[in-house]
Design a protein around this ligand. Structure first.
Ligand code: SF4
Length: 162
């Protein structure tokens, strides 16, 4: 008997596809009034953690790389979003890149993109993101009184964005 998961996997692998990973689910260290995503936690009233378990993380990384490779891609793109993915901690992202290296077949390259509100980033994070060549999308979130100062010294309100 054909395993349904294998069948679906074979069909998915026929062409490239991309997954936007949300390893902290709808958890964030901010609580913007305009956030469309934090309320998704209400879809899982029994859940109170949302942090991706280590075994699921490794399975995702291994199988995602394999599926992209089977679809013919040699450059494999991971996209990490939230909520706020840096709430996982730097050590978790170090584990992520180590797992990617472990499961990356010869002749392939792994790329990472991280979308973050930036509030938890520090020098150590910056070094890691630079060394691992992450593409970083930085959203500007905060209270309305927060302002941006441009190169001329002029200030303007931060637009609601994530
Ligand atoms: S920073 Fe982004 S994810 Fe977090 S509450 Fe604000 S809009 Fe939502």
């Amino acid at each position: 008997m054909t395993d349904l998961r294998d069948d679906v996997g074979d069909r998915l692998a026929a062409s490239p596809f991309w997954v936007m990973a949300k390893p902290m689910g709808p958890r964030c260290n901010l609580d913007c009034t305009y956030c469309y995503y934090l309320k998704k936690a209400e879809l899982y009233p029994e859940e109170n953690k949302f942090r991706i378990p280590p075994d699921v993380l490794e399975t995702f990384i291994r199988d995602y790389i394999a599926s992209q490779s089977r679809a013919g891609l040699r450059e494999i793109q991971f996209v990490w979003q939230g909520g706020e993915p840096t709430m996982l901690g730097l050590d978790c992202f170090q584990t992520i890149t180590a797992l990617q290296r472990r499961h990356c077949p010869p002749g392939h390259a792994i790329r990472n993109a991280l979308q973050t509100n930036g509030t938890l980033l520090d020098d150590e994070w910056a070094r890691f993101l630079h060394e691992e060549q992450f593409l970083v999308g930085l959203s500007l979130d905060g209270p309305p009184r927060t302002t941006i100062t441009d190169a001329t010294g002029a200030t303007s309100p931060v637009p609601p964005a994530c």
